[in-house]
Design a protein around this ligand. Sequence first.
Ligand code: CUA
Length: 315
Amino acid sequence: MSWQQRLLPWEASDGAARTDAIFIFLLIFSILIILLVLSLIVGLSVRYRRGSPAPRKKLPEAISREWEIGWTSATFFIALFMFWWAGATELHFWRIPKGALEIHVIGKQWMWKIQHPSGASEIDTLHAPAGVPVKLVITSRDVIHSFYIPAFRLKRDAVPGRYNEAWFQATRPGQYALYCSEFCGLDHSAMHGQVVILSAADYAAWANAQPQGDSLAAQGREKFVALGCAGCHATGSQVRAPKLEGLYGQPVPLSDGRVVTADEGYLRDSILLPRKDIVASYDPVMPSYQGAATEEDINALIAYLKSIGPAGSSP
Ligand code: CUA
């Protein structure tokens, strides 16, 4: 065990090493400043104690002005450097790599439900491959929770009604702790689990071995039919409803003049709160699926909508 592992939780992701580098730099820098200030306080107190023969003349003007400019600009540039370093690292965590494996996380009192793109789902355990970027789309079914993996230095709130995103790239296979870090009721302290990082090949084998045969997108297509979405949104339907093929990621002009992007949050709101954003030139006839569609259903529906490209291609 290295000195670093005695000091901090195990580092198991690319982000953990970046976060720790900043932390250790700040820690050492702060210790040096404390030692400097402390030794000045002690040294000067002894030197200028009452009755000591030390000279008490004022410093010459010229020296003190150079000192002032010197230490002010030195601290300014150190602060600027720390801001740049921490800011660049934070931006790196917000920029989710394209093509990352997408895993859905749903917090509820008091468990974590995980949905994989393969259709597999699990509770309080997150299986993920090492060495590839994994994107988490996090929401909650009831109150605010917070999804926390100390070994990855990753923490993101699970907020009901919205999707928060985070990503990580695990560096080594193993088992790591998973916690809820937002007080969420009676059993908050029991809302923990584990992250199991497998090699890419083992992850594929694990996902294939899960009982759910259908991919999340295929489950979504079934829901699309079962909930009656297809009745209006299918081509050739009697009701005039917006086309959904190739919609994901596209700009959508609304009846009130705004233009929004059809991201996960928009699709979710359109299913649950259809009156919120009415697509330009369409009538507000869509009913809300609040209560009819669960968080899991909505994740599947969105996976399906993302999978259907233009020209009615199917997953
Ligand atoms: Cu969920 Cu605390």
